[in-house]
Design a protein around this ligand. Structure first.
Ligand SMILES: Cc1cc2nc3c(=O)[nH]c(=O)nc-3n(C[C@H](O)[C@H](O)[C@H](O)COP(=O)(O)OP(=O)(O)OC[C@H]3O[C@@H](n4cnc5c(N)ncnc54)[C@H](O)[C@@H]3O)c2cc1C
Length: 475
């Protein structure tokens, strides 16, 4: 392997992959290196299915780390857009840097790459216009906005296959992939990025690798690392946001219309009295609730669904956006403390509670869960009381939101529905970047979820494509 590159990318998630892919199309002679702390995609397995509980894989969680990043075990819902929309409501803020029309073109282009590598041709959410419109009207009456955009659903097992093909494609096309190697530090001299300091997680060997451009694509997994880097190297950031909430699980039967007409219904509201933004996110019909582990063994809940294997429950996140400014402006620390408390309450596991028990002001007991109509799909979750740890404000927002949605989707507030916590989306403080995605440090760039520009597979991937186009003539 050469030690000087045209571009070094930290991370090998969708943002990094699509950067490297596009670079092979624009100019095969450019030397690109992707450095990933996790494993090759074909070596990534989550033991939870075999042993029934999260064993906290060392050194990194296989759900969030490795080739294709958080994408490999994601539900693989690629969020597209409506031609008539003049803004983007999901997936991030790429359009704030490249414009709405250009973002649409980037998404079309990126979507075609996904199709070329085997993505499902069928789009969800484009039929049943009348039914969707009726649900929209009902939601509006309750102060909720329903966002319906076309979705291409890969399913977890297909996502794995697709990214494996991309991994092989990159290797065959002269892109260097370095696995099980963590970037410990950035090499910055006189406010110019020169390279990275890496450590092989198996041998412990430390090495410096140099490149003309360094691109940070560390995803949410790297949010904490990125905060440290910004503090150490004076990389400019803006006050960020943290999304805190629960994974909600209820019978498919209750969600059948939404699942059928849209696959995923994205509802957004600002319930009283706080008027915080509350939204549903990542809906998984007939899906499974999952657990993922972040730095310092922090367990967070998530959800996904397979194309073939089905449960009889739908799960979705209900997330509240929290902003902080003065005198406290550390959204990541706030979220981590909540997660830590919840993990302690669950003895290191995700805590699950029935909605009805929250209304009754009591915890849920294991025996009650066993007889519950909604059977939890995350078997390792521990019955308990999430209200001990989620703040009053967050909890009130969530309960109010559930009440509103119950008037749109009958049964949404059934007492036997389940709330798992903590579900937290860390975005780090937003890294300040210009329209070329360059940070306040020269030759240091930031794409994807990590720096706060994107929040989903499609936009993270599209940001990688755009990064390659920006850098083509600069390296
Ligand atoms: C269970 C689950 C389900 C999801 N479902 C969906 C979905 O259906 N639809 C959707 O749009 N989105 C979904 N998402 C979110 C989606 O996966 C992310 O938005 C997307 O993967 C972000 O891409 P990225 O390239 O920015 O970062 P990531 O995919 O997070 O990749 C970043 C990579 O960087 C590596 N890394 C971090 N720090 C370092 C370091 N210091 N050194 C070396 N490597 C490092 C990490 O190991 C990771 O592999 C889901 C996520 C999860 C976890």
């Amino acid at each position: 392997m050469k030690t000087t590159y045209d571009a070094i990318v930290i991370g090998a998630g969708p943002g990094a992959i699509f950067f490297a892919y596009e670079m092979t199309k624009l100019n095969k002679n450019k030397k690109v290196l992707l450095i990933e702390q996790g494993k090759r995609v074909e070596e990534r397995t989550c033991p939870i299915e075999k042993v029934g509980k999260c064993v906290k894989c060392k050194p990194f969680c296989n759900i969030t780390s490795g080739f294709s990043g958080a994408g490999a075990f994601s539900d693989g819902k690629l969020s597209l857009y409506n031609q008539e929309d003049e803004d983007f409501y999901v997936g991030g803020v790429l359009h704030e840097y490249v414009g709405v029309e250009e973002t649409k073109k980037l998404i079309d282009y990126t979507d075609q790459i996904y199709l070329n590598f085997g993505a499902e041709k069928k789009l969800e959410g484009i039929e049943h216009k009348d039914e969707i419109s009726k649900i929209k009207t009902k939601a509006k009456k309750e102060g909720l906005t329903l966002i319906n955009i076309p979705i291409r659903h890969l399913g977890t097992e297909k996502a794995h296959e697709l990214y494996k093909k991309l991994e092989y494609y990159l290797e065959e096309n002269n892109v260097d992939l370095l696995f099980e190697t963590i970037v410990e530090d950035l090499i910055i001299k006189d406010n110019e990025a020169k390279g990275v300091k890496v450590k092989n997680t198996k041998t412990g060997d430390i090495e410096e690798i140099f490149g003309k451009k360094v691109i940070i694509a560390v995803g949410r997994k790297g949010a904490n690392w990125l905060v440290n880097m910004c503090e150490t190297h004076n990389i400019k950031t803006e006050a960020g946001v943290v999304d805190i909430g629960v994974r909600y699980e209820l019978p498919d039967e209750v969600m059948k219309d939404i699942n059928k007409y849209m696959y995923e219904g994205k509802f957004i509201g600002r319930p009283g009295p706080f008027k915080d933004k509350v939204r549903t996110f990542c809906q998984n019909p007939s899906g499974f609730v999952s657990e993922e582990v972040y730095d310092n063994n922090l367990s967070l809940v998530n959800g996904h669904s397979y194309k073939e294997k089905k449960s009889t429950n739908t799960n979705l996140a209900i997330l509240v956006s929290h902003h902080f400014n003065h005198p406290f402006n550390k959204p990541i620390d706030y979220g981590r403390n909540i997660a830590k408390n919840l993990n302690e309450l669950g003895n290191g596991n995700i805590v699950v509670q029935r909605l009805g028990d929250i209304y009754r002001g009591k915890r849920t007991w294991e025996a009650e869960l066993k007889n519950n109509k909604v059977v939890p799909t995350l078997k390792s979750a521990v019955a308990g009381d999430i209200t001990f740890a989620l703040g009053y404000r967050t909890m009130t927002d969530i309960l109010q939101f559930i009440r509103c949605l119950d008037k749109v989707v009958e049964g949404f507030a059934n007492p036997e529905n389940l709330l798992y916590a903590p579900e937290i989306k860390f975005y780090s403080n937003k890294v300040t970047i210009n329209k070329q995605f360059e940070t306040s440090v020269k030759d240091l760039y930031c794409i994807g979820d990590g720096g706060g520009m994107t929040r989903g597979l499609m936009m993270a991937s599209a940001s990688g494509v755009q990064m390659a186009r920006i850098l083509e003539n600069k390296i």
